[in-house]
Design a protein around this ligand. Structure first.
Ligand code: URA
Length: 212
């Protein structure tokens, strides 16, 4: 598993405003969107392209364009939805599939409550969007799901990751899976409720408001 912890002044600035408890939802959504676009630039570094001949106004030349099968972007509901526009802005030809996963805060068990993805993902490059890599259980379930359906490689894009979650994910996923995690920061760790510290709180609530 590769881990890309992106260091860039703009990433640090936007993340700091996201962490601030006084940042309202509307600003949080806009900054999360901008931050994902910056992460997407790194996350798509190995997206597949092929040579194509084109005519410029001056001459003919060979350029490179995204190939088929088209990349698959998979936001994990609910919080991953706040990352979707930021990702597809850089990958406009991607298809989007959805996985709804919820964590039981007591048992930390992850259950899938929604799935809108093709059964066959053979040779597809997949980009999983989940803002918080905390215990790692949601991403373990998602990565296994995509790999079992034939995904060629899987890149998880997160805003924050906990060292415990990264370790659990790496240990749980077979090393033969071509797996990358791209994150804006690796935080100190998890608290007793498995929230990331210092973190930014509940990403879904900060993006969309509280549901209970
Ligand atoms: N999910 C969140 O939204 N925040 C955390 O800190 C951990 C999991």
């Amino acid at each position: 598993m590769r881990v890309l912890d992106i260091h860039h002044p703009l990433v640090d600035h936007k993340l700091t405003v996201l962490r601030d408890r006084h940042t309202p939802s509307a600003v949080f959504r806009r900054l999360a969107d901008e931050l994902v676009t910056l992460l997407a630039y790194e996350a798509t570094r190995h997206v597949e392209v092929a040579d194509v001949e084109i005519e410029t106004p001056v001459t003919s030349t060979v350029g490179r364009k995204l190939t088929k099968p088209r990349p698959m972007v998979v936001p994990i509901l609910r919080a991953g939805l706040g990352m979707l526009d930021g990702m597809t802005r850089l990958l406009p030809t991607a298809e989007v599939g959805f996985l709804g996963m919820v964590r039981n805060d007591e048992t930390l068990e992850v259950t899938t409550y929604a799935n809108r993805l093709p059964d066959d993902l053979t040779d597809r490059q997949c980009f999983v969007l989940d803002p918080m890599l905390a215990t790692g259980h949601t991403l373990i379930a998602s990565v296994r799901y995509l790999h079992e359906r034939g995904a060629k490689d899987i890149t998880c894009v997160t805003l924050l990751a906990a060292p415990e979650g990264l370790k659990t994910l790496e240990e749980a996923i077979d090393p033969s899976v071509d797996l990358t995690v791209v994150t804006a920061a690796i935080d100190e760790g998890l608290n007793e409720k498995s929230y990331i510290v210092p973190g930014l709180g509940d990403a879904g609530d900060r993006l969309f408001g509280v549901v209970d």
